[in-house]
Design a protein around this ligand. Structure first.
Ligand code: COA
Length: 159
């Protein structure tokens, strides 16, 4: 669960990726503030551990969260600047919608947003699927970044 670094100046262009998802009937776009209650309810249902970070992303303007939507149904999300400036994540796609390029489109949209803010690199925080970030973004692991900023973080007690 270390952090990874992505070179933002080498990002592939966003438009063809958004066109490809649109051709599948999925819109990938920045979330709107009025969508916050809907997105947070969806988070609690599907990815509860990341609800607080998505809440933080909605506290920014423009909202630092991108969503993938098909026919009014939320399929996935990707945030930036949610735990620290220049951090990418959290992100997830519903299991039923994976493998269709949505995760990559969402991440690319968020990383282009970071580049537009002036950052040269993005930090992917506390990575789970290392191979995904290596393959999709040429990300490299940051040595010694485990547990990084998450060291000693208070966690909800289970049970
Ligand atoms: C990681 C995740 C967002 C990927 O979403 P997705 O929509 O399935 O990804 P895509 O379809 O855009 O895949 C993009 C590429 O990465 C590859 N890929 C996807 N998941 C991968 C994984 N876990 N490991 C390695 N490669 C992966 C795909 O094969 C695809 O390659 P291709 O372009 O050659 O076909 C999704 O699996 C998920 O929600 N996982 C659970 C939450 C999670 O782990 N979030 C990340 C926390 S850091």
């Amino acid at each position: 669960m270390g952090d990874m670094l992505v070179k933002l100046w080498e990002l592939p262009p966003l438009a063809p990726v958004l066109d490809a998802t649109a051709a599948q009937g999925v819109v990938v776009r920045r979330a709107l503030a009025p969508e916050k209650p809907v997105v947070l309810d969806w988070m609690r249902m599907h990815f509860p551990a990341w609800t607080a970070e998505v809440d933080a992303a909605f506290a920014r303007l423009p909202v630092a969260c991108f969503v993938a939507v098909r026919d009014g149904e939320l399929l996935g999300f990707a945030c930036h600047d949610a735990i620290a400036p220049d951090f990418f994540g959290p992100t997830a796609v519903l299991a039923s919608a994976r493998g269709q390029g949505l995760g990559r489109a969402l991440a690319l949209a968020a990383m282009h947003a970071l580049e537009a803010q002036g950052y040269a690199y993005a930090i992917v925080g506390g990575v789970g699927p290392v191979a995904y970030y290596e393959k999709a973004f040429g990300a490299i692991a940051i040595p010694g970044s485990t547990p990084g900023i998450y060291d000693g973080m208070l966690r909800k007690l289970s049970g």
